[in-house]
Design a protein around this ligand. Structure first.
Ligand SMILES: Cc1cc2nc3c(=O)[nH]c(=O)nc-3n(C[C@H](O)[C@H](O)[C@H](O)COP(=O)(O)O)c2cc1C
Ligand SMILES: C=C(O[C@@H]1CC(C(=O)O)=C[C@@H](OP(=O)(O)O)[C@H]1O)C(=O)O
Length: 387
């Protein structure tokens, strides 16, 4: 199973195609829209989120509410497009010709300069249009389909924000349904309401100063069987694939599993998870410091992943850069930008991880229909139980 996305942030739409989703999966556009809506709600976003009202259009591979096995095509339209038809117009233009502008001032912290040099583009809009995190809209839509696939097999995903700037909350270990419920309505997706108020104040203060904030998000996946991923080849390690997916989110700079970087400070006796066995429950771990992985395979314990997002690159208190035409320094002018997108990024992270887990699940249990996968899973469960 694989997917690709296409589309520009100020173009007419974002598009994704999922190839290899088995047939007979119930796919609800409403459930996809729920995830799209969650991605738009976080505190700290700029004016663009007031323009957009993201909803999915399923234009291929789904009939009568179920996948047919054909490629699934998903489209999310950009409401903002109508304001950009001239700028995005078909004719190449120079600056200020009929209101269309060529971008020649690269923004620090963005793909602009590297992309311009690499693709030999003198209009940096050709880079920024695609590097924008607007693309995550349709990746969340893809992940929301994966989420429905996982739900079919009792696998659930939830996330919480653990840090915004210097405001940190202690992670809470709640049953996943409870965590989902408590973070659902929260503007920064934290359970601790006091910390949330501090975070909102920190975002407001950064905005006041023309500055931006990053943070840390944690995602948990519960109900995964033992043995997703594999130790036998580097690119089959599921923790490795998840790490790649997390760092592929715009502005994500780090990832850790379980106790993560903390492990560097501890002795082995405080890091590894002892193996237990009881009749009926089979093998399990006394703790889950590894965050659900050993040898690139799931242990059957919850997957616990944290991602680090850097502060938003575009600052109202602008950073210095160099004009690609004149080679003269300038300080960038900002029209609009987010101050903090960590809560939104948490929703993105949940959904892209759902995709990676669904992908590994399908690799393990194969099959072209949901019924076939259920049969394969039951067979494997019986094998594990009698091991
Ligand atoms: C949900 C989300 C919203 C973002 N919004 C903005 C924004 O409004 N302004 C900005 O400069 N960067 C924003 N970013 C970050 C940039 O897209 C990102 O820093 C840039 O594409 C360069 O990629 P890199 O930081 O991964 O190197 C956002 C990222 C995410 C995940
Ligand atoms: C559009 C989204 O995020 C955008 C991501 C983004 C960037 O540079 O990554 C810059 C901003 O875009 P614009 O310049 O059009 O306001 C954000 O609004 C979105 O999340 O849907």
């Amino acid at each position: 199973m694989r997917y690709l996305t296409a589309g520009e942030t100020h173009g007419p739409q974002l598009t994704a195609i999922i190839e290899g989703m088995p047939s007979n999966l119930l796919i609800s556009a409403e459930a996809i829209n729920e995830q799209l809506g969650r991605r738009q709600k976080g505190y700290g976003r700029g004016l663009r989120m007031q323009i957009e009202k993201d909803t999915v259009n399923l234009v291929g591979g789904v009939r009568h509410g179920k996948s047919t096995g054909a490629p699934i095509a998903l489209v999310v339209e950009n409401n903002d497009w109508k304001h950009w038809t001239k700028v995005m117009g078909a004719e190449p233009v120079d600056e200020d010709n009929e209101g269309r502008r060529r971008v020649h001032r690269p923004r620090p912290g963005h793909a602009d300069l590297n992309g311009g040099l690499k693709y030999n583009q003198k209009d940096l809009r050709n880079i920024l249009e695609r590097s924008s995190a607007r693309e995550t809209t349709v990746r969340v839509a893809v992940g929301a389909v994966a989420r429905q696939f996982l739900a079919e097999f009792g696998i659930k995903v939830a996330g919480q924000v653990l840090r915004i700037g210097d405001i940190e909350v202690k992670r809470v270990d709640l049953p996943i349904d409870e965590l989902q419920r408590l973070t659902e309505a929260s503007p920064v997706r934290v359970v601790d309401k006091d910390a949330e108020l501090l975070m909102i104040a920190a975002i407001d203060a950064a905005k006041e100063d023309g500055d931006t904030l990053g943070g840390i998000v944690e995602v948990i996946v519960e109900g995964v069987p033992v043995g997703l991923g594999s130790h036998v080849q580097w690119d089959r390690k599921l923790d490795g694939r998840i790490a790649q997916a997390v760092v592929s989110i715009q502005a994500f700079k780090g990832v850790e599993f379980g106790i993560g970087f903390e492990a560097a400070k501890q002795r082995g006796s405080k890091v590894h998870d002892e193996i237990m066995y009881t009749e009926g429950n089979g093998f399990y771990r006394a703790s889950n410091r590894a965050g659900g992985f050993e040898g690139g395979m799931t242990t059957g314990e919850p997957i616990v992943v944290r991602g680090v997002m850097k502060p938003i690159s575009t600052l109202y208190k602008a950073l210095q850069s160099v004009d690609i035409d004149t080679k003269e320094p300038f300080t960038a002018q900002v029209e609009r930008s987010d101050t903090c997108a960590v809560p939104a990024a948490g929703v993105i992270m949940e959904n892209i991880i759902a995709w990676e887990v669904a992908h590994a699940f399908l690799e393990k249990f194969g099959g072209d229909s949901i019924e076939e996968i259920h049969a394969n899973l039951a067979n494997y469960k019986a094998q594990v139980e009698s091991y």
